[in-house]
Design a protein around this ligand. Structure first.
Ligand SMILES: Cc1cc2nc3c(=O)[nH]c(=O)nc-3n(C[C@H](O)[C@H](O)[C@H](O)COP(=O)(O)OP(=O)(O)OC[C@H]3O[C@@H](n4cnc5c(N)ncnc54)[C@H](O)[C@@H]3O)c2cc1C
Length: 287
């Protein structure tokens, strides 16, 4: 049961932002509602004003704009999974989205809601960060684009301003040839995820990004592990990089898995992801 509330139906991002300014901390954006309505029904939080952004036209579009692929904040996981454009240019993302939650959540939950809620067990956040994706944040008087690495600031926390609407995720196009995403899941949401991108010259690594998700309070890039791969063959260096991931991450303590187990999972998933990314990079297979 929800307490009394007013649902606003803005027709533009400007109007949504003005409503956020007007009602301040009494207002929240409402997209698919798969996170928001749960915490409200459990009375963990109450917003007397919900701003339903599904009434804003065009916020769900997916397009290729020159050097980036733009995914509108209201695109659902299911729409991303089924998008012909995503399947052609970002097949790894389409595959990832097909495994998010269950079909009910995938059909309603949006990419914008997933990122803005900043629940650490997010699948897309990990891969998108490895691809150096950014988010577009718009208010009634400004528009800014920031990398995802600057967007997540902590558990359920982002750098989004109170009056800002996340309007799109932008992914640099094309994504690196060698991309891999590995996850371990036994509960409703993933326990550990690792995304790796590799650039190779012959069998030598010339560029790498390694992002670990779900185990810490936000997705984290492990730069020391990335650097350990440069100039080496991944066959020799993968175990070392995975050991660095194991030692560098600072897992969150919870009632589900021990921090040691999370470190172990991150190490195993990193080794696997590097092997897959290497094979894909060698075969010219794009994410
Ligand atoms: C049972 C279950 C299983 C799940 N399993 C997985 C999983 O395996 N992997 C995974 O990655 N995720 C999983 N999720 C999370 C799921 O992906 C999110 O619930 C969904 O994407 C949230 O989107 P939404 O549109 O419903 O957000 P909402 O609930 O509408 O909003 C969430 C939060 O974001 C804010 N918000 C929403 N859109 C915007 C915007 N455009 N701009 C600014 N603020 C905004 C809202 O104010 C609210 O605070 C699961 C969720 C459930 C309920």
């Amino acid at each position: 049961m929800l307490d009394h509330l007013t649902i606003h139906e803005p027709k533009s991002v400007m109007e949504a932002s003005s409503l956020l300014t007007e009602f301040g901390s009494d207002a929240a954006i409402y997209a698919g509602g798969t996170e928001l309505l749960v915490v409200m029904k459990e009375r963990l939080i109450h917003f007397p004003h919900l701003i339903n952004i599904k009434t804003i036209p065009g916020l769900d579009s997916i397009s290729l704009d020159g050097d980036s692929i733009s995914i509108g904040a209201l695109a659902t996981h299911r729409a991303i999974e089924r998008s012909a454009l995503v399947r052609e240019h970002l097949p790894l993302l389409a595959e990832l989205e097909a495994n998010v939650a269950n079909v009910r959540v995938r059909s309603t939950g949006t990419i914008g809601g997933n990122l803005c809620f900043a629940e650490p067990h997010s699948d897309p956040a990990t891969l998108l960060m490895a691809w150096d994706a950014s988010v577009v944040l718009q208010s009634s008087n400004s528009r800014r684009e920031i990398p995802l690495s600057e967007f997540f600031t902590g558990l359920l926390e982002t750098s989004r301003g109170q009056d800002e609407v996340l309007t799109a995720v932008r992914i640099p196009h094309p994504v690196p040839v060698g991309s891999a995403y590995e996850r371990f899941k036994i509960h409703e949401r993933p326990t550990a995820t690792v995304a790796v991108t590799l650039s190779l010259s012959g069998d030598m690594v010339t560029g790498a990004r390694i992002v670990v998700g779900s185990v810490c309070d936000r997705p984290v890039r492990i730069r020391a592990a990335e650097e350990s791969l440069i100039g080496l063959s991944t066959v020799r260096a993968a175990e070392v990089a995975a050991a660095i991931v194991h030692d560098e991450i600072d897992p969150t303590e919870d009632n589900f898995e021990s921090t040691d187990y999370k470190r172990h999972l991150a190490r195993v998933l990193t080794t696997r992801a590097i092997a897959i990314a290497t094979a894909r990079a060698s075969g010219g297979h794009r994410g």
